[in-house]
Ligand binder design. Structure first.
Ligand code: MN
Length: 234
């Protein structure tokens, strides 16, 4: 069999840094949990009893710790959502609860940047969420820590500060659907695989962020992520 040839240069493989290492985690897909902390569901005006649902971002939406994210176009209301990121080393369909943790390579701190005005307009028109959620650089992700080193965090503070002021302050224990349950549910809907990452939902306190803001995130036992919001890209 002859080697495959591509008609354009092959795009770069999106990847996330590993804490304390020069190695990288290659990103295949980014899945996000829509609603997973009770106080955030209430602040968005929804019923906490609803089951979780999922949406996606393109793999190349990941940007590393220290990035200046250009303020994205066509929005007047970009929000920050700090989230625990789960990085998979294996996957499958219909993963059983008891097997879910075995699929995890490690964990990190991410931000699900959201063009809230466009997300809500899409929702109200029963249109897809991509324009609100899946834009360029919409998934900042700090360096991953291997589960082999830190274990599988099920509790611990999850905090986002904007210009030094605490905006989001929750605890991983407040997740309505915990990480194994998220993996179980998502694997009923799509086949998961090594390289997939899951952004597991955000605690209350989401708010607008503008050019010049410094967003400092930390999850106890997992790590940190700092990004700056910059002016729009030229
Ligand atoms: Mn989110």
């Amino acid at each position: 069999m002859s080697a495959a040839k591509y008609v354009i240069p092959v795009p770069a493989q999106p990847a996330i840094a590993i804490a304390g290492s020069s190695e990288l985690f290659p990103v295949r897909r980014i899945w996000c949990v829509g609603r997973n902390y009770e106080e955030h569901i209430k602040e968005m005006g929804h019923d906490v009893r609803d089951p979780p649902f999922f949406f996606a971002k393109p793999a190349d939406a990941v940007v590393p710790d220290g990035t200046t994210v250009p303020y994205p176009p066509i929005t007047k209301d970009m929000h920050h959502e700090v989230e625990l990121v789960v990085a998979l080393k294996s996957g499958g369909r219909n993963i059983k609860l008891a097997d879910a943790l075995d699929c995890i390579w490690g964990y990190g701190v991410g931000i699900d940047l959201t063009r809230r005005d466009l997300q809500i307009a899409s929702r109200d028109m029963k249109r897809p969420w991509e324009i609100g959620k899946a834009f360029d650089a919409s998934a900042p992700c700090g360096p991953l820590q291997p589960a082999a080193k830190i274990g599988h965090p099920s509790k611990g503070k999850i905090v986002l500060k904007c210009n030094g002021k605490v905006r989001q302050d929750g605890d991983l224990a407040q997740m309505i659907w915990n990480v194994p349950e998220v993996i179980e549910k998502l694997s009923e809907q799509v086949e998961l695989a090594a390289g997939d990452i899951i952004m597991t939902g955000t605690p209350a306190g989401v708010a607008a962020t503008v050019a010049g803001d410094k967003l400092e995130c930390e999850i106890e036992g997992v790590g940190k992520l700092t990004v700056t919001i910059g002016p729009p890209a030229k």
